[in-house]
Design a protein around this ligand. Structure first.
Ligand SMILES: *Cc1c(COP(=O)(O)O)cnc(C)c1O
Length: 393
């Protein structure tokens, strides 16, 4: 079925579907490394790109293609490139768009390893990177140099929940001939469509909201135009960052419920945020859906919902954070986000325990900060769990 002009929830379920000879309701798992050519000429045509037949799963596979077309349609892009992980998507993008002597401007609060790989690995190949707070557009303008090729942003930022203006970034990118890449993991295309706002490339860790069940790791890149698609696909396939067919099947299954999962999770998040905002043990809260968020208006204008992610600070600082971690029972004490289950994390004592004070502050991580990914459980139970935990502080 042609789903191009259908609604978002219809696309989630039907976009990218393939018709096989058995009438399978779901896309089968083509668990094969290689594909037989029909003849020498067919093989030659596949390699020359004159036939859309498959050659080898690292390069392409029907199950993976179904997922790529599904997400590309959700993001209003040309096509998708599925990868082994979100980091596989990010490094494939870097490899395709950067080279010796080039420079990238990135959000300071970008996903940690996405920054680390630039500082520790791409730097060895003479790629320069600047990390700035992109929620203030002036910082981006100041960081651009003659050799800047890419502007890479993540919005809302993790865990500061600061919002970067995608349309304003797109204007700067056009003026300076940069490729604008947006990590849309926190929102998913259900809440934010960066390509419609002028971005050239969208990246997801599908591990998070898109798959939504905390049972696989994966990534995807969607481009607006064919030229960038070909360039990044080449890097992905040559570096071997491909997704696996079974992984793609799992994500195709997970994505079908993305709309109802996020709608429910963000409804829950709004109620949780409202309770935390006036809680005696809570010093501050950052959730884009609360009017006290400094960029509430911008969030409202570029997102169609406020999502399920928030961070808040505890009055008792570091010790209170640890105490809360040990006294919640429903929320899972775990990194990652965007699943059906509520996850809670205290970066200062967990993910960032080994990071210097200066490094933590640069990443927006204070000792009192708690990050919460609200799930789709009954909201009364989530709130009760947090209230019980807070009581122990
Ligand atoms: C998790 C995450 C990534 C990395 O994805 P993996 O699937 O873990 O490799 C990138 N960006 C954001 C915003 C993430 O949350």
């Amino acid at each position: 079925m042609d789903t191009k002009h259908k609604g978002f929830n219809t696309k989630l379920i039907h976009a990218g579907a393939i018709d096989d000879e058995y009438g399978s309701a779901n896309v089968p798992i083509y668990q094969t490394s290689t594909f037989k050519f029909k003849s020498a000429q067919h093989g030659a045509d596949c390699f020359a790109g004159k036939s859309d037949g498959y050659i080898y799963t690292r390069i392409g596979n029907p199950t993976i293609k179904a997922l790529e077309q599904n997400i590309a349609e959700l993001e209003n892009g040309f096509d998708g490139i599925a990868t082994s992980s979100g980091m596989g998507a990010i490094t494939s993008m870097y490899m395709a768009l950067l080279g010796a002597g080039s420079h990238i401007v990135s959000s300071a609060a970008v996903y940690g390893p996405a920054r680390g790989v630039l500082e520790q690995d791409f730097s060895r190949f003479n790629v320069e990177a600047s990390f700035v707070n992109t929620s203030n557009i002036e910082n981006i303008k100041k960081a651009i140099k003659p050799n800047t090729k890419v502007l890479y942003i993540e919005t809302p930022a993790n865990p500061t929940m600061e919002i970067t203006d995608i349309k304003a970034c797109s204007e700067i990118a056009k003026e300076n001939n940069l490729t604008l890449v947006v990590d849309n993991t926190f929102c998913s295309p259900h809440l934010q469509k960066p390509l419609d706002m002028g971005a050239d490339v969208v990246i997801h860790s599908v591990t998070k909201f898109i798959n939504g069940h905390a049972d696989i790791v994966g990534g995807i890149i969607v481009t607006k135009e064919e030229e960038l698609y070909k360039k990044i696909r080449h890097s992905m396939a040559y570096m071997g960052c491909n997704m696996d067919p079974t992984q793609a099947f799992m994500v195709l299954r997970g994505v079908k419920t993305l709309g109802i999962r996020i709608d429910r999770a963000q409804q829950n998040a709004m109620k949780v945020a409202t309770v935390l905002k006036s809680h005696l043990k809570v010093e501050w809260i950052k959730y884009p859906g609360l009017e006290n968020h400094p960029q509430y208006e911008l969030a409202k204008s570029q997102m169609t919902g406020f999502g399920a992610m928030m961070s808040f600070g505890l009055k008792g600082g570091f010790d209170a954070g640890k105490k809360l971690m040990d006294n919640v029972h429903l929320a899972l004490l775990a990194v990652s986000l965007g699943g059906v289950e509520t996850l809670i994390q205290h970066p200062a004592s967990m993910t960032h325990a080994g990071v210097s004070k200066k490094g933590k502050l640069a990443a927006g991580i204070t000792d009192d900060l708690i990050r919460l990914s609200v799930g789709i459980e009954d909201v009364e139970d989530i709130i009760e769990d947090l209230e019980e935990g807070l009581k122990k502080i």
